[in-house]
Design a protein around this ligand. Structure first.
Ligand code: ADE
Ligand code: ZN
Length: 344
């Protein structure tokens, strides 16, 4: 009797799921599932303008970045206490473990919370405690990157930095997120220069909806080490050369790009083109509770739609650790684990 032939795509899916990976672009507030939003609303006595989980989920039909951000900031309004921030981060970290994420650098948006009167200590201590527990209980190396909201002023970013500095040992870097078009990176030149002096890692969202010019100024004015999204870079050949030459990583989020209509279909996504041009592209989930999937879902749906191969999977796993802010010896150990997963 002959054994049934293994389906090659099923083997690729299994490889994508089990391969060790780092996640470098995940907004922790974007991991708040509707069930947790409602549970926290009840716990904290917060009224929501939705009848229930299903009605909230059915509102997740976005036409662009801003249509998503409006609902994302509303969802975050249920977070009031340190334990809420811990519970949110822990729920994500359990999902990350199930997806074989060994290392995650999570974004958080403190201004969304401090504007509602929640203390910076409440936000950072809750998230950081989950990071500590992730290491000891899940074997995941988890750290935090504080994002400034670019629709607010640079002065407000400076005030946020000032409030966060007493907790500087609890986050490793700063980033820039929220509404991109009309808020170019150079608006935050001074605060990023200060964060650089302070020794923080620097990243910024650029080229998600905004033009390649924003990627250039994120690199040349803000001096960031990675670009979040950056998918508009393929429109500028010189920029593509620069990103490849300097090995500047792009933290790409395919399901986010699909849900926010950056690409009409996943089959049109340029992840393959970025990899084939020699860029250090990575796959990430951005706001998984809103965009239909965590990191492994991003991998499997994108590979199914675009025809990427096991060679691409290996490259993406290696890229994720290379682009991380882990130290050199941790990167070598991660790389050995990737090689072991692909040794067959
Ligand atoms: N905040 C959360 N998700 C974001 C995204 N995709 N772009 C900009 N800001 C965000
Ligand atoms: Zn993002």
């Amino acid at each position: 009797m002959t054994s049934p032939k293994a389906d090659p795509f099923e083997s690729l899916v299994s490889l994508l799921r089990r391969m060790p990976k780092a996640e470098l672009h995940m907004h922790i507030e974007g991991s708040l599932e509707p069930e947790l939003i409602f549970a926290l609303a009840q716990r904290n006595g917060v009224a929501l303008p939705y009848a229930g989980v299903e009605q909230l989920r059915s509102a997740y039909a976005f036409t662009n970045l801003q249509s998503f951000l409006d609902i994302y900031y509303a969802g975050a309004s249920v977070l009031l206490k340190e334990q809420d921030f811990y519970d949110m981060a822990w729920a994500y970290l359990l999902r990350a473990q199930a997806d074989n994420v060994l290392h995650t650098e999570m974004f958080f948006d403190p201004q969304t919370h401090t504007a509602r009167g929640v203390g910076m200590d409440v936000v950072i201590n809750g998230l950081h405690r989950a990071c500590v527990d992730a290491q000891t209980q899940l074997g995941i190396n988890a750290s935090l990157i504080l994002c400034f909201l670019r629709h607010l002023s640079e002065q407000e970013a400076f005030e946020t930095l000032e409030q966060a500095l007493p907790y500087r040992d609890k986050f490793i870097g700063v980033g820039l997120d929220s509404s991109e078009v009309g808020h170019p990176p150079e608006k935050f030149a001074k605060v990023f220069a200060r964060c650089r002096e302070l020794g923080f890692h620097l990243v910024a969202h650029a080229g998600e909806e905004g033009p390649p010019a924003y990627v250039w100024t994120a690199l040349d004015v803000l001096k960031v080490q990675r670009i979040d999204h950056g998918v508009q870079s393929t429109k500028d050949a010189l920029l593509m050369q620069r990103l490849a030459q300097d090995r500047i990583a792009l933290t790409v989020c395919p399901l986010s790009n699909l849900k926010l209509c950056v690409f009409p279909r996943l089959a049109d996504h340029n992840l393959g083109a970025l990899l084939d041009a020699g860029l250090v592209a990575t796959v990430n989930s951005d706001d998984p509770a809103y965009f239909g999937g965590y990191i492994n879902e991003n991998f499997t749906q994108t590979f199914a739609a675009t025809g990427l191969t096991a060679q691409h999977a290996y490259q993406l796993a290696c890229n994720s650790f290379e682009a991380s802010f882990a130290d050199a010896s941790a990167k070598r150990a991660y790389r050995d684990r990737v090689d072991a997963a692909f040794a067959f």
